[in-house]
Write a protein that binds this ligand. Structure first.
Ligand code: MN
Length: 384
């Protein structure tokens, strides 16, 4: 029986992962980790009986321990980064699902790889900021990095038919989000509740905002570069507003292979958990007779500058993608709390990138220190 650990089990990917595990019924959940949602974690402990859980927030961890004791449930409770790493490295675990949001996922992912665990990677920030550390380490430790991100899963699935032929180009699809076709002047007044409505995908808050600004696609270009060892100039973003084509690869003879399906994260999650096996699913299927056409569009770099900024960050290399990612994390949080406007998100990223002196080949300590310093400098910001 495959044994897994889910880091971020109360989030969107985490809960969908447990749903896939529940539906299949043949994977053992060994460890679960959450930030602070102990209400949901308690229910998950009751259902999946993990041996170990981590609640990152110490106070909530104490509360959970008391509740478990009151109910007579046995499970080791840890807290903080030590707890996350223990969940990632539990000796019984085969696959670690990294579905934590943000740069908090980097250290547990590195430790899991060192411990020889395969990674079902949903935490894109890990590759964005530390791809140059993660990918060689995974190769050295002979562990698989299985993409959970739908576009990267699509590319990974397309590559199964490549027989070792390297694709010349990756065509990364994007929905364009809820504001596709809008001008900057119209975007100025966007409120958090407007940006939190994604037309196709149901996702966590941070990624939903990132999808609307195109930052998510910028991060995914970086992610694809590391996962598939392709230069950024060979990764082309294509808008596909219905989110039916999940991405494509193009070979040197001009042939294009695509992966299509209804937008449902449980498919890429299940593919990563059971790779290379395909399991049945009872979910809704694509019905081509109902499909009147597949819409394709070009990204709008003028009104949505964040994608172009991502290419600039890749070109600058070293620590610049960390700046792109960390400033976005801070800016999205400020936007959600009403402290900055919608267009300020991309402006803040551009501004901090312009001020940053690149550290080439940054160590994990360099990356975490840079994030810490940016957070310290920017999180009190209020332009309202
Ligand atoms: Mn994606």
């Amino acid at each position: 029986m495959k044994q897994v650990s889910v880091l971020g089990s109360s989030g969107s990917i985490g809960t969908q992962t447990l749903e896939v595990i529940r539906q299949n019924g043949d994977i053992k959940v060994v460890a679960l980790a959450v930030n602070s949602n102990i209400g949901l974690l308690f229910e998950q402990i009751r259902e999946f009986s993990p041996e170990l859980v981590c609640v990152y927030d110490e106070k909530s961890a104490g509360e959970l321990s008391r509740r478990l004791k009151d109910e007579g449930l046995k499970c080791v409770v840890m807290t903080g980064m030590d707890g996350l790493i223990a969940c990632a490295c539990h000796p019984a675990v085969d696959v670690v699902v990294t579905s934590f949001v943000g740069m908090i996922g980097i250290r547990p992912t590195i430790e899991a790889i060192k411990a020889g665990k395969d990674i079902a990677l949903a935490n894109k920030e890990t590759l964005v900021t530390a791809g140059h550390i993660i990918m060689p380490l995974a190769k050295k430790m002979n562990v698989k990095i299985l993409p959970v991100d739908s576009e990267h899963s699509a590319i990974f699935q397309c590559l199964q038919g490549a027989q070792g032929n390297r694709p010349e180009k990756i065509l990364l699809t994007a929905s364009g989000g809820p504001f596709r076709g809008k001008k900057a002047s119209e975007l100025k007044a966007v409120r958090p509740e407007d940006a939190l409505k994604h037309p196709n995908w149901s996702m966590g808050k941070k990624i939903t905002i990132d999808s609307s600004t195109m930052v998510n696609k910028g991060l995914e270009v970086m992610e694809a570069k590391w996962l598939f060892d392709v230069e950024a100039e060979n990764i082309e973003v294509v808008l596909q507003p219905q989110s039916i084509i999940h991405s494509m690869i193009e070979f040197s003879d001009g042939a294009v292979i695509a992966q299509l399906g209804v937008p449902d994260m449980k498919l890429p999650i299940q593919y990563a958990l059971y790779y290379p096996e395909r399991r049945g699913r009872t979910a809704k299927r694509l019905d081509f007779r109902e499909l009147s056409g597949i819409v394709i569009d070009k990204p709008d770099d003028v009104n949505f500058p964040a994608l172009r900024l991502a290419y600039d960050a890749i070109k600058a290399g070293g620590s610049m993608p960390t700046v792109y990612n960390a400033v976005d994390e801070i800016a999205v949080d400020l936007f959600l709390h009403g402290a900055i406007g919608y267009l300020d998100i991309a402006d803040m990223i551009a501004d901090q990138m312009a001020k940053h002196t690149v550290i080439s080949n940054p160590s994990l300590e360099d990356i975490l220190e840079l994030e810490h310093n940016l957070k310290k400098a920017l999180s009190g910001l209020n332009t309202r």
